[in-house]
Design a binder for this molecule. Structure first.
Ligand code: CO8
Length: 373
């Protein structure tokens, strides 16, 4: 078995920011328009009026202050409330591949690698832009990488699940250098008209290069000490959009065709699962939770991360132990823990231990223990 390192990371940040104030203002205009349109039914008691959203609620309940999106006008238009993307011809690079290539080039540069050094590309995200050909194969071709590529989806845990596949491919000797990309265009499968969740997500793409330690040339390397994945079926986070919808004659605009969740249940059920998962994984390596210098946790909710850290080390989630990026980026599905790793590791020293951990729909939870070389 070979030793394996993370030798570089890259981040694509979309060009537009939507603040909570902007989001709530457009959402409330939508609510007022809907309520005016259905005034008679509301007065007759046959329809419930829609309620306004509020910046105070969003910040208190989630810790999110803003989100990045690829397209802003369509999202904030009360008559539309989803992004507006131009359809691209088959001979153009798809949007998902475009943002993945951007993040991948940055990860390659950080690792001192060229695209031709890569012999596998894993595109892991909570939704794919099309059924086939695989996004990963398009990304492989656009970069000029070798080997093979495939797509995989484990919702918010897609990145850590892909990191385990990359780790196993490299340590077994099957691959030398694997690129993992997480293009998350959440704005296109979020329900922006639903007050309970309209504030949750943002767009982004992360990239991670995983390669053999004995041939890595990067000035900064993180040895992967181990990975651990687990799933447990739950309907509490669900999206029924899929290729059989047409055959079922189901309504493409029905509420179940975009993201929906039982947020309270998710919060209560996932926190203990994630904390126990990390603790058990560390125990297999004879590491105490307090020996870990940094936890780069999934970024769904500030309160969730506070509780996970409290259960693990008894302290507060904060820049030192578990940095937060969700205030700036919101929940970016699988990319959140990788953004935290990308942005908050420069101060750590050789020998320091860290854990990248994601948790979300499935339920799914994945952890990666790393040590700075
Ligand atoms: N403004 C004002 N008031 C509101 C709003 C709002 N926007 N929304 C709800 N309220 C009200 C409710 O009506 C309720 O009022 P009342 O008490 O009168 O009934 C009150 O506020 C409290 O509502 P909740 O109980 O719903 O509020 P919570 O405190 O639970 O906070 C959260 C809601 C923030 C959603 C919280 O439950 C949470 O973060 N839960 C965890 C969510 C989570 O981790 N989900 C993981 C999903 S991500 C994932 O796995 C990947 C999926 C794939 C990506 C999809 C991309 C689109």
């Amino acid at each position: 078995m070979y030793s394996v390192v993370i030798s570089g990371t890259g981040l694509y940040q979309p060009p537009h920011v939507i603040t909570n104030a902007e989001l709530v203002e457009s959402f409330n205009r939508y609510v007022d328009l809907q309520n005016a349109q259905h005034a008679e039914a509301i007065a007759a008691g046959t329809r419930e009026p829609l309620a306004h959203s509020s910046v105070e609620f969003i910040e208190k309940a989630s810790g999110i202050k803003q989100r990045y999106v690829i397209e802003k006008q369509g999202v904030l238009d009360p008559a539309r409330m989803y992004p507006r993307f131009e359809e691209r011809a088959d001979d153009q690079l798809s949007l998902m591949a475009e943002i993945a290539v951007d993040a991948a080039r940055k990860a390659l540069a950080a690792a001192g690698r060229k695209a031709e050094d890569v012999d596998a590309v894993f595109c892991a995200a909570s939704n794919m832009q099309r059924a086939y050909p695989a996004m990963a194969v398009e990304i492989q071709a656009a970069l000029g990488a070798g080997g093979y590529g495939f797509d995989m989806n484990v919702a918010c845990s897609s990145a850590t699940f892909a990191l385990e596949q990359a780790y196993n491919a490299v340590r077994s000797g099957a691959s030398k250098c694997v690129l993992v990309v997480n293009p998350e265009i959440t704005s296109a499968h979020l329900e922006w008209k639903d007050r309970d969740c309209h504030f949750i997500f943002g767009d982004v793409c992360t990239a991670v290069l995983v390669e053999r330690a004995d041939t890595a040339v990067s000035p900064e390397q993180w040895e992967i000490l181990g990975t651990h994945l687990a799933t447990q079926f739950s309907n509490n986070i669900r999206n029924n959009f899929g290729f059989t919808n047409k055959a079922e004659d189901s309504d493409p605009d029905a509420r179940d065709k975009t993201f929906r969740q039982e947020g309270r249940k998710v919060f209560k059920e996932v926190v203990p699962i994630a904390a126990a998962h990390i603790e058990n994984h560390l125990a297999t390596q004879h590491i105490q939770p307090t020996d870990v210098s940094r936890y780069w946790l999934h970024q769904a909710n500030l309160g969730m991360n506070q509780l996970v850290i409290k259960k693990l080390v008894g302290g507060e989630a904060g820049a030192q132990i578990a940095p937060l990026i969700l205030d700036t980026y919101a929940n970016t599905a699988s990319a959140g823990s990788i953004i935290a790793f990308h942005e908050h590791r420069a101060d750590l020293r050789s020998g320091d231990l860290g854990v990248i951990c994601s948790f979300g729909a499935g339920y799914s939870v994945g952890s990666v223990i790393v040590k700075k070389r």
